[in-house]
Design a protein around this ligand. Structure first.
Ligand code: NAP
Length: 508
């Protein structure tokens, strides 16, 4: 049998999650790891999303690693190019380049229950690993709806996360599909140059102003000379969001006041009552992600923009047809229609102890233990797994909590010694999910009267964390061995052939 390269840990993906895992592993003294990346550079979603206007709606000083503050963020809300540059910088200063394997797309990873390791087939070869840290992210595989007639459309078609920079939009008639966080950044960026923009809005979003400004040279110098000032700034940004989340999770009715602010924000730019009516949501603010923009509504008020308050249902030649029957002839269609979040394609490529894929196991809903591990998938964990998403704060906080969990997991395996693996107990997974779903019942994401990508095909919210980031941090500080079964491979010399695997209660 072919001997493959073996590593202690294989990290998949080099976005915030994967690079964060790499930094943390090195800090834990683990150097025997690789980061498998299907593209040819780091950055994850901040590499793939390069559409005009792409920026983060979480303030820069909070949307960065706590262990790598950047005193030089140029704006309060960073553009994509600055976040991508930050991730390249992290890769260099933490000496991660030698661990990176670019153009290595994971095709399949299969648990070998005899040897207690993962066999990972990639586009650049096969390797084995004791532990897999899957950091592919929920926003990595674009979703384009199956629209009849799309294949025969004679013009240009692309998704927001696969922007074609060689295609000029100047003077073109463009259909923008969707009104999510991506679309509301694209619309004001392209509106001034296109001949006409038809916006297909299935559900109007709630939009609040984004108070974005340049961070002055004085502020930056201060942050550089006195790093605690940057920490203080981050602390304030975090604390405000930590308090706000109570309204989302426990008192959704209090959000009515925020709706008034959002309506006033809209009224400032949209003078036409008919258009205002089209743009006014009928669900509780916060049920879908609250969008932040200062230029979305002003762009919609321009004469070259037509808002169709309906979804795209069909394409006939170069004509896009809405559910309400309205039509527009266009040269290009841009899909801002989101990502495969609750049906992540990577789940089809993970084969666990029972020979089933993670996608099969999750076919009735994604379930994990503490957002990280899954029963029947020993020594496999995911960063930004089920119910770790946030509706109002920085995902980097959640990622860092998960890195604490990952670090403790690796440490615990080292302490146990020998060839060992941990497999989440089904009972522990169920108990964790029961607690999460009980808390979810009261949240705005479940009671707010909308459908969103937070909910899966069965209407279950398997994406959002229904609490504060502090609560998640404390729930993921340590690995509780009582929640895992311990798998131990036989000692090669001493073990009789029939003792291939011993399954014992962890901690026993
Ligand atoms: P999204 O939030 O999933 O939005 C998809 C949009 O496409 C929705 O408006 C949806 O309508 C619409 N849609 C789907 N099928 C349609 C059809 N047939 N006709 C018309 N509209 C259709 O996707 P996204 O905007 O790419 O954002 C995804 C996530 O990425 C965000 O929620 C956020 O977490 C992240 N993101 C973050 C930032 C940031 O600033 N930090 C920026 C961009 C993205 P319905 O609402 O009716 O389903």
């Amino acid at each position: 049998m072919t001997e493959h390269e073996h590593v202690r840990v294989a990290v998949i993906g080099s976005g915030f999650g994967g690079l964060g895992a790499a930094v943390r592993l090195r800090r834990e003294g683990v150097t025997d790891f690789v980061v498998l990346e299907r593209a040819d550079s780091v950055g994850g979603t901040w590499r793939d999303n390069s559409y005009p206007g792409c920026a983060c709606d979480v303030p820069s000083h909070l949307y960065s690693f706590s262990f790598a503050p950047n005193p030089d963020w140029p704006r309060t809300f960073s553009g994509q190019e600055h976040i991508r540059a930050y991730l390249e910088h992290i890769t260099d200063v933490f000496r991660l380049r030698s661990h990176l394997r670019f153009d290595s797309e994971v095709k399949m990873m299969t648990w070998d229950g005899q040897k207690l390791l993962w066999v990972i087939e990639t586009s650049s070869g096969t390797l084995t690993a004791d532990i897999v840290v899957s950091a592919t992210g929920p926003l990595s595989d674009p979703k384009i709806p199956d629209i009849p007639g799309i294949d025969a459309f004679p013009g240009k078609v692309f998704h927001s996360a696969r922007w074609d920079h060689d295609y000029g939009l100047r003077g073109k008639r463009v259909a923008m599909i969707g009104t999510g966080a991506s679309a509301i950044q694209i619309v004001p960026a392209v509106q001034p140059e296109v001949a006409g923009l038809t916006l297909f809005q299935r559900t109007p979003p709630w939009v609040l102003p984004r108070v974005d400004r340049a961070i002055s040279g004085t502020e930056r110098r201060l942050h550089r000379m006195l790093p605690f000032t940057a920490q203080l700034r981050r602390g304030l940004l975090w604390g405000i969001r930590e308090l706000q989340v109570q309204a989302f999770t426990k008192h959704p009715n209090e959000l009515g006041l925020v709706e008034q602010l959002a309506k006033r924000n809209m009224a400032r730019s949209i003078k036409d009552p008919g258009l205002r009516a089209k743009l006014t949501p009928t669900y509780r603010i916060g049920c879908k992600r609250i969008l932040l923009s200062g230029d979305y509504y002003p762009a919609l008020a321009q004469p070259n923009v037509d808002v169709v308050a309906s979804g795209l249902s069909e394409i006939r030649g170069s004509t896009v047809v809405a559910d309400d029957g309205s039509e527009a002839e266009v040269d290009a269609i841009i899909f801002g229609t989101g990502f495969h979040v609750t049906d992540m394609p990577i789940a089809e490529r993970v084969v666990g102890a029972e020979g089933r894929t993670l996608a099969e196991v999750w076919s009735s809903g994604m379930k994990s233990l503490r957002g990280a591990t899954a029963a029947g998938f020993p020594n496999w964990m995911t960063i930004i797994g089920p119910n770790t998403g946030l509706g109002n704060s920085s995902m980097i906080l959640m990622i860092e909590s998960q890195l604490n969990y990952m670090a403790d997991y690796v440490r615990q395996l080292d302490v146990l010694g020998g060839r060992v693996a941990l497999d989440a107990r089904p009972g522990a997974v169920d108990a964790w999910n029961h607690r999460v779903q009980e808390r979810m019942k009261r949240t705005v994401w479940n009671t707010g009267g909308c459908t969103s990508w937070y909910l899966d095909a069965n209407g279950v919210n398997t994406t959002i964390w229904p609490g504060t980031t502090t609560e998640f941090r404390s729930a993921t500080r340590r690995v509780d061995l009582g929640e895992y079964d311990l798998l131990r491979a036989p000692v090669p010399d001493a073990a009789p052939v029939r003792r291939t695997k011993k399954r014992v209660e962890a901690g026993a």
